[in-house]
Write a protein that binds this ligand. Sequence first.
Ligand SMILES: [Zn+2]
Length: 184
Amino acid sequence: MTATCPQCAAPDQSVAVPQALADVASLDGPVRALLAPPPEPQPAPARTSTAAITLFAVAGVLCLLGVLSQVNSGESLDRYSTAYRLGYRLGPFVLPAILAAIGLAVHVASRRRHDREAERNLPVQHALWQRHLRVWQAGWLCRRCWVAFFPAASVHPDLPASPAIPLAQFPQWVMTAAGPSAVL
Ligand SMILES: [Zn+2]
């Protein structure tokens, strides 16, 4: 299949974008980047929630204060019972432990919520990506003018041919042509 470049009106230097990319030697890095296929959507990385981080931080500080207070306290506990001594030693760490446990619960809940949302959104993003990919595959490159173009009916049977598209604008054309308000 050949396609006529809208700028030089000749088909001899025209090549489909996927084919142009496959020809490794013919394109330099910046051109290759502009013609690259739209990236497959990835689920957003899960982040630890601010509430969980705050709880962990407060627990950490309290824990440290507990350790310091025990180190600095020269009081002898020999005259007290084992249970009292244990309570005295462990007391300062009860609150940090509770806060850390709550922080962990908050973190797990937030991670689950994030995973559910990602699971729900990914099929939608994937369908849009498929549309972007189809438009991208329909693109052509003229290696004389170094412009991209979409021949008539290449993206959709009813769509006329595009004008010559500067390569810097090609990714944007791919995105908008596949969207709900298609410009092609
Ligand atoms: Zn041309």
